[in-house]
Ligand binder design. Sequence first.
Ligand code: MG
Ligand code: ZN
Length: 465
Amino acid sequence: MKLQSRARRTLVSAGVAAAVLVSAVAAAATGSFGGGTPDRSAGLAKQIDPDKPRNVILLIGDGTDESIITAARNYEKGADGAFALDRLPFVGDMTTHGLKVGPGPDYPIAYVSDSAPTASAWSTGHKTVDGRVSQGPSTADTVPGQDFRTVLMDWRDSGRRTGNVSTSEITDATPAAAASNVNARACQGPADMANCVAARKANGGKGSIAEQLVDNEIDVILGGGLNRYNQATDAGPSVLDYAEDAKDYRFVSSAAGLDGIGSLGGGPVLGLFAPGNLTPRYSPLIATPPPGAGGPTARCSLANRGTQPSLAAMTEKAIDLLDNRRGFFLQVESAMVDKQEHAADICGAIGDVSELDDALEVALDYRRHNPDTLIVVTSDHAHSTQIVPNGSSGRQTATLLTADGDPMSVAYSTQAVGSSHTGSTVRVAAVGPQAANVTGLIDQTDLYWTLKGHKPSKLHGGGKH
Ligand code: MG
Ligand code: ZN
């Protein structure tokens, strides 16, 4: 029974084309099917597509490593359950290390990175130092490195539409790296340029991240961070006024406002739904020193998100607007997994893994009718949530009742209060044209080439091309 119901869910949600369904169902699914299940080789082989994708949808869970995915799966689906992200056919493991500042040209390795160099790696194909946004390493944090073009800019310059969606401030490191170049991630608005003086527009630079996202003419920008856009530019008007007046952006600030946008015919869209970050799906449950927070009957509660759209709603609207014959590149980030892990907030982090998965379901629905779409789901770096035996020690712990009806405990032990990134590899999973390139152990800079799209190749023994 379990096999059947899981296979059926795969049919509905993974969006596999009808022609490959029968053999691909088992291949696209994951989990243990016991010894009696058929060999998956043929199903997987049929999903290897060497064409260049027409569309690319990159979904990022910030700080979303195997550990928090497992905790979220246990909580939401049960230990034998599966998210949509668990059912993608091609899965690899991705290294996330970065560099440290130095005299160069060889820079020391940073084994634990933040979201700026990691997002820069897949955005540009180059490693860089902590805090740096799509710009190379240098001798010091305040010394700019070399600007690198991003994969989003490449797609834009080839006449494709582009989108950038996040649940954090849209100027935060992950969405920033998609379409801006600056030496310090803190330089989010024109009033935040203390560590990026040369980048100020008054000094002939490209400006703050908020300004660069607009200047790079991304068709759809959706997220938080209105306060950055209300800052005055060096020229006087706010960044928001500049976006509307000089770049023809249409500004919306609520889910209803976003619903009201029907096409890109009236100009690009700038949706900013909160002064800062958007609200996570669940209210916080913050781990505490043992015996810890929560308990064997504790469940997470939905937060009041007011007029903010969900990540899935933003993703659906972005895809609707970007869809066109020539193709598009869309980056979507569930940002608050990382931020709630920093806060040792198990409910906040779990809920936003589900937000990521819901956004993936939207992308898979689109792919069902647009199979020339490459979908990649991954993370930027690992984090510190660990699933531990009930009653374990650890600096801060919490216990929740899972979908299995059993208690699951987690511990955060990288800091006395809160928690920090860790240096493990992260999962990268994909479906669609050239998705097979994510398998095995790859580096974050390798992902750049897959997102850019390789030249179509031939399959051994004939097949396509
Ligand atoms: Mg982020
Ligand atoms: Zn973080």
